[in-house]
Design a protein around this ligand. Structure first.
Ligand code: NAD
Ligand code: IPM
Ligand code: MN
Length: 357
């Protein structure tokens, strides 16, 4: 079969279990590429703590331009290393790519793949199935602020939260467009406009405007504190959720817990028409690094999101089906209550993919 097109992917394993799960993901991508002739070309990047400590280089000069010009996607593992306690390299590399490439929509699907994984009594596959969109370029993540009298008892520290009309409007529109395209019926916007006046006010007013363009989608609002409670109490009330950067970060770890844990949660960072960045929601997990027990399924679901983005929906579905099968019938790593090793889960998934399930 002729290769339809070239698909060039930058591979950024990062640190800790990011390296472990991307080693597994690369095996899966190699297999699917070989079987289905997708034309995937993987190019390794050594961006992470090791290089940072040696050379003080996080994201090498010219990387963003190179990614934009020469790549279709980035697959990313995780960053975070106890030897870099302030995560300076993580901000430069990860936030550098999210913000520098202007990947404003961070999509994090929350779906329970098997009732036994749900931590909630009486809620499982049917009830826990929604998609979160997190604004990915603004808010408290922009590193604006500073300290005054640092280190003294009179120290003042300030972090500035940025919300722009353009930034808020585009993520809200993205969430509504996604709902429309995928047949979802409701968009719930979460903010804290009762206490956070200015940014909250902008989100509230912009939501009121944008919803008018989507009369067939129900526009719903919850303050973020109540939204957190409702994730646990009534997850079935959610369909599409949208919020700012920090609230989205916190809510989606809670969402991951509803799925059965961070070992299962995947995400995509996108901006229509641009390169996409794909990463598991979890971090570098220093507590389990080197033990061979990191759950690779979040990285596999992330690969599925990436292949879908790269116009390979059948292969994306094949991987997704293999992940579902692994969750129901395969060996489980300790985070899911099993005794299996990372490699056992990978072997099961590769086998399922090889045999076409
Ligand atoms: P974490 O997500 O790394 O780990 C939280 C808990 O979940 C740990 O107990 C860990 O063992 C477990 N866990 C996470 N992923 C798992 C997997 N695939 N399989 C099995 N168990 C898994 O969060 P943390 O401990 O708060 O952070 C560790 C480091 O990672 C920090 O430096 C943090 O800043 C960084 N971090 C990076 C990212 C990222 O790169 N996208 C995301 C979150 C945290
Ligand atoms: C995530 C992480 C990052 C974030 C950290 C590592 C900067 O928690 O991807 O969810 O807060 O966005
Ligand atoms: Mn997070």
């Amino acid at each position: 079969m002729a290769i339809a097109r070239r698909r060039r992917i930058a591979v950024v394993p990062g640190d800790g279990i990011g390296i472990e799960v991307l080693t597994e993901q690369k095996q899966l991508l190699a297999l699917v590429n070989e079987q289905r002739k997708l034309g995937l070309e993987l190019v390794d990047k050594d961006w992470g703590a090791e290089r940072w400590l040696k050379e003080k280089v996080g994201l090498p000069k010219g990387s963003l331009e190179d990614l934009s010009a020469n790549y279709d996607a980035v697959t990313f593992g995780a960053l975070g290393d106890p030897r870099v306690p302030d995560m300076a390299h993580g901000r430069e590399i990860l936030l550098g790519m999210r913000q520098g490439l202007d990947l404003y929509a961070n999509m994090r699907p929350i779906r329970c793949l098997d009732d036994v994984l749900s931590p909630l009594k009486g809620k499982g596959e049917k009830e826990i199935d929604f998609v979160c969109f997190r604004e990915n370029t603004e808010d408290l993540y922009v590193s604006l602020g500073g300290t005054f009298k640092e280190g003294s008892v009179d120290e003042v520290a300030q972090d500035i939260s940025i919300n722009t009309r353009k930034g808020v409007e585009r993520i809200l529109r993205y969430a509504f467009e996604y709902a429309k395209k995928t047949g979802r019926k409701k968009v719930t916007m979460t903010d804290k406009n009762n206490a956070v006046r200015f940014g909250g006010g902008l989100w509230k007013r912009t939501f009121a405007l944008v919803q008018k363009d989507f009369p067939d989608i129900e526009a719903d609002h919850l303050f973020v504190d109540v939204a957190a409670m409702e994730f646990v109490r009534q997850p079935e009330r959610f369909d599409v959720v949208v919020g700012n950067n920090l609230f989205g970060d916190i809510l989606t770890d809670l969402g991951a817990a509803l799925m059965g844990g961070l070992g299962l949660a995947a995400s995509a960072n996108v901006h229509p028409g641009r390169i996409g960045l794909f990463e598991p929601v979890h971090g570098s997990a220093p507590d389990i690094v080197g033990k061979g027990i990191a759950n690779p399924l979040a990285a596999f679901s992330t690969a599925s999101l990436m292949l879908d983005f790269l116009d390979a929906p059948l292969e994306a579905k094949l991987i997704d089906d293999a992940v579902r099968l692994a969750v129901k019938k395969g060996p489980k790593t300790p985070d899911l209550g099993g005794k299996a090793k990372t490699a056992d889960v990978t072997a099961f998934v590769l086998d399922a993919v090889s045999s076409g399930l």
